[in-house]
Ligand binder design. Structure first.
Ligand code: 2HA
Ligand code: ZN
Length: 276
């Protein structure tokens, strides 16, 4: 099968375009990666090159050794992915140690995988292990309202999670584990990758202060839906803070406990503190 005919590739391209249409990918902002299933790799094998040059990832992900990933390209625009996927995205293979990668398909006009490859791969490793192999998608987006909130809320997991949960009844059902927050760091390197993957042991969402979000999920629908839900809650919070910084009423800790029972979710106690 041709790579572009494969369902997982079409899902990947659609998700890039959905993110662009949301306004989360100005210029070359954001990146997406997908950990391919062995049968998906097999199905497109005829088009995969094996003569690519091995290059350093910049970190080590031994549990992902030998796996294949579909990724957006560094400096490429989400806006262009749907028009010219072979220029904008790539399939990469990791070596037997999980320290180097090579390009097997795509980026036909040159280029490298996303500048955030270390963060993507370290998050994939953590989430693959934590989910028993189910999580396959890592998504980074420059979500406007979440970024705005990182200037006005304390950069604490407990505060971001609770404030976002209060903005829409479905939030604690969609992200019951909450969200983690990383203070401002230089993007693209190993340090931010380590800090993010540490949070991803507990959460499916990590917020990068003054930058954006990382989300992890099993498939494109769940991961895009997660990003969308968190960003929509942030939009409501921005509106609420703009209209009236002090809420007249809200969803209370008691309400969350009742919701948890009926919706069969476990909400960590650290987010259910009493407010004044
Ligand atoms: O430009 O979003 O974090 C790509 C990015 C880097
Ligand atoms: Zn970014």
């Amino acid at each position: 099968m041709k790579v572009l005919d494969a369902k997982f590739v079409q899902g990947f391209i659609r998700m890039c375009n959905d993110g662009w249409e949301q306004g989360w990918h100005e210029r070359n902002g954001g990146n997406l990666s997908y950990r391919m299933k062995p049968e998906e790799t097999e199905s497109v094998k005829e088009e995969l090159r094996t003569d690519g040059e091995w290059r350093e990832i910049g970190t080590s992900v031994p549990n992902l050794a030998g796996q294949y990933f579909l990724v957006t390209g560094s400096g490429k625009y989400f806006r262009n992915v749907i028009l010219d996927p072979e220029d904008s995205i790539a399939i990469v293979e990791l070596d037997e140690k999980g320290e180097r990668y090579r390009i097997c398909w795509g980026l036909v006009n040159g280029g490298k995988p996303t500048s955030e490859l270390p963060s993507h791969l370290m998050n994939h490793e953590v989430k693959m292990l934590a989910s028993g192999g189910k999580h396959r998608v890592i998504y980074h987006a420059h979500t406007t309202n979440v970024i705005a909130l990182t200037f006005v809320l304390p950069l604490k997991d407990e505060i971001f999670t609770r404030e976002l949960w209060e903005m829409a009844t479905e939030c604690p059902v969609v992200f019951p584990d909450g969200v983690g927050v990383v203070g401002w760091m230089v993007p693209g390197g190993r340090d931010i990758a380590v800090a993010t993957s540490e949070l991803m042991k507990q959460y499916d969402v990590a917020i990068w202060a003054h930058h954006g979000m990382f989300a992890s999920g099993e498939d494109f629908d769940l991961t895009f839906g997660l990003m969308h839900t968190v960003e929509k809650a942030a939009e409501i919070l921005v509106k609420q803070l703009s209209m009236c910084p002090r809420k007249l009423q809200t969803i209370t800790a008691r309400n969350f406990r009742d919701l948890a029972v009926d919706f069969h979710v476990t909400l960590p106690e650290k987010f259910l503190y009493e407010k004044e």
